[in-house]
Design a protein. Structure first.
Length: 239
């Protein structure tokens, strides 16, 4: 079956268009790595950790992105976002894992130090109508693959409670207003915590595809920390 599909729909690199793979070695090597920044002030930060002076009670603890949102990485994310290609998602996650293994980013060091204990992968949710229309949530797809490869738990504990305008053409101020109060903890998760089965003192890797102003992930972090999360790091494919 796979052979027939490959003949009828051959894989082409999202960057250069060459056949045989969704992301050829040349385009992978051309992913531009950006300097890591503090998610609060967006100035350079060691390992992407939030500066001590920028820390807030319900704020993000750090930000890590695979690369800059341009060229082949941008094409890959757009295809992942608007045309479901599970193989492409796995390729992108594999690239991320290879980078982590090679460069040992700060957040990875923290996970290893804790032995992965209490670290959970949580995707930024889509509103149900948008997810049904698209057929999937790209952040959830990335999160599920990442959890399997890292051996960490995966938890969809956030729920998007209202439809919001697309953030793409909004200013930073409009983005913050647009996304405010758009998320809440899933009632099933809250019920498990009340019954003693859940653990609210989690360290969370919050997954999204692209970091622009961070308005969406900051709002998610606020909800997660209000519910008892200890640390929240954002992981994105691009910034």
């Amino acid at each position: 079956m796979n052979l027939i599909l490959n003949v009828l729909f051959p894989k082409r690199c999202v960057g250069c268009g060459k056949f045989d793979s969704y992301f050829c070695a040349d385009c992978v090597s051309n992913i531009m790595q950006g300097e890591l920044i503090c998610p609060f002030c967006e100035r350079l930060a060691v390992g992407g950790a939030t500066h001590p002076i920028c820390r807030r009670r319900f704020g993000l603890d750090g930000l890590w992105s695979l690369g800059i949102y341009q060229d082949s990485l941008r094409s890959a994310i757009q295809k992942l976002k608007y045309k479901w290609v599970s193989d492409l998602a796995e390729v992108l996650v594999d690239i991320m894992i290879e980078y982590w293994a090679k460069f040992q980013p700060f957040v990875f060091d923290q996970i290893k130090k804790d032995g992965g204990k209490d670290w959970v992968i949580v995707p930024v949710p889509l509103f149900w109508w948008r997810e049904n229309k698209r057929g999937y949530n790209q952040a959830a797809l990335i999160g599920q693959l990442l959890s399997k490869k890292l051996g960490l738990d995966y938890l969809e504990c956030l729920k998007r409670t209202r439809f919001t305008r697309p953030q793409v053409k909004l200013t930073e101020k409009e983005r913050r207003k647009n996304i405010r109060n758009a998320f809440e903890m899933d009632s099933r998760f809250l019920a498990s915590r009340r019954s003693g089965r859940g653990n609210g003192r989690m360290n969370i890797l919050l997954i999204d595809d692209v970091w622009t102003t961070g308005s969406t992930t900051k709002e998610c972090c606020y909800v997660l920390k209000r519910a008892g999360a200890k640390k929240v790091w954002v992981l994105t494919l691009a910034r």
